[in-house]
Write a protein that binds this ligand. Structure first.
Ligand SMILES: Cc1ncc(C[n+]2csc(CCOP(=O)(O)OP(=O)(O)O)c2C)c(N)n1
Ligand SMILES: [Mg+2]
Length: 392
């Protein structure tokens, strides 16, 4: 989606005016700009009094919808490929599209992202070929994209570890004097609700805070860490943890792409201007399994999933576009057709991915190689040659 700077306006710390909607009915702690029914809320007030709004052009609204649909379709294709034995594993983002597209589109070109293993939507927004994570989960490469080129680090499966990497990186950004202006750099670290119990994440909070690092901690609270429910991670809303570490926290409706965008853009801009870290808790739900190795029917009930299906991030955007006459049936059909064509293309390319030569495992260990590695490679090549001609 081509985007200049959509009208994200925020006003700092002031009391919520009664005419504005501070939150959704029933939950006074959730920044929301689009209800599950697709009703647009003009502005929302965060816990520190910040007023969030996001006014896009019609084309930008349609672009966000297209992103959501494409990201979901490609993810579904990857799940199907795993089921057919073409991928070793897949961690689906089903239900988390708005949190990822909203925050991913809020990044400016110079901003750096540190993902977990589920950020396929953010990866897509960074302009990375969506086949890249499929190569990783097919086991034919280690990820394959250049983190510096796309400003999107490698997937990290060790829970919470990337928050430390992001903190060190963000401290470096500040030390290099790259903050303090509109062109400043900001960093975003993604992690899950379960990860908030990890020492790494809490240590990152401490370091980012005391060094005033330009870092946005973006927690997708999808209610589960595999089978472990949120109630086993915390007794307080996760965003409130930030206060104890000395930086602001906000909870956003992670199924609302507009609010996810507005809150993330505001936090990133604060960071790039030298105002330090913040925590965003994107309140969402993992509608599918943890990964294709998981069976969620063992630990959660169907009615819970159904309740969240009613809050579907794509359905509410579609309802909004229809209600406001920003898009019609022909647009929705065209997006569906694009998604179908791109997923077919993805499938064809995955099936044609070459298996790596075993000796290639020695590549990329060091940027410039090493004599020891050269020796090991030569030994291994000789070993592999010994099988040539035999049926092994
Ligand atoms: C350090 C570490 N411990 C355990 C695991 C196994 N593990 C993989 S995913 C996961 C749950 C993570 O839950 P959450 O942080 O909520 O992220 P989600 O997958 O729900 O997005 C666990 C425990 C791991 N990968 N790394
Ligand atoms: Mg989780």
């Amino acid at each position: 989606m081509a985007k200049g700077d959509p009208g994200v306006t925020t006003r700092g710390r002031r009391a919520a005016p009664s005419s504005k909607r501070a939150a959704t009915a029933g939950d006074p702690e959730l920044v929301q700009l689009l209800t599950p029914e697709g009703e647009r809320i003009e502005s929302a007030i965060g816990p520190d009094g910040t007023e969030y709004r996001a006014d896009f052009t019609d084309e930008e609204y349609r672009g966000l919808y297209r992103d959501l649909v494409l990201v979901r379709k490609l993810d579904a294709e990857a799940t199907a490929l795993q089921r057919q034995g073409e991928l070793g594993l897949w961690a689906s983002l089903l239900g988390q599209e708005a949190a990822q597209v909203g925050s991913g589109r809020a990044l400016r070109t110079q901003d750096m992202a540190f993902p977990t293993y589920r950020e396929h939507g953010v990866l897509y927004c960074r302009g990375i070929d969506p086949i890249m994570p499929l190569g990783l989960f097919r086991g034919v490469d280690q990820g394959g994209w250049d983190p510096n080129e796309f400003k999107f680090n490698m997937y990290t499966i060790v829970i919470g570890a990337q928050t430390l990497h992001a903190t060190g990186y963000a401290m470096g950004v500040a030390m290099d004097g790259k903050t303090g202006s509109d062109d400043g750099e900001a960093v975003i670290a993604y992690f899950g609700d379960g990860a908030t119990s990890q020492g790494d994440v809490n240590e990152s909070f401490v370091w980012a805070s005391v060094f005033n690092a330009p870092l946005v901690f973006f927690c997708q609270n999808n209610q589960y860490a595999i089978s472990e429910p949120l109630e086993r991670q915390t007794r307080v809303p996760l965003y409130q943890r930030a206060g104890g570490f000395g930086f602001p926290g906000v909870r956003v409706d992670g199924n609302d792409v507009l609010a996810s965008y507005a809150v993330t853009r505001h936090a990133l801009d604060n960071a790039r201007h030298g105002q330090g870290p913040s925590l965003i808790e994107a309140y969402t739900y993992r509608m599918g399994a943890h990964t294709t190795s998981d069976d969620p029917t063992r630990y959660r009930i169907a009615s819970e999933v159904e309740a969240w299906q009613a809050k579907d991030p794509i359905a509410r955007m579609k309802a909004f576009l229809t209600r406001q006459q920003i898009a019609d049936e022909s647009f929705f059909a065209e997006v569906d057709e694009q998604a179908r064509a791109e997923s077919v293309h993805l499938r064809e390319r995955v099936l044609n991915m070459p298996n790596p030569e075993p000796v290639s495992m020695f590549d990329h260990v060091y940027p410039n190689g090493s004599p020891e590695l050269d020796e090991q490679r030569a030994q291994f090549a000789k070993y592999m040659e010994s099988f040539e001609g035999s049926a092994h």
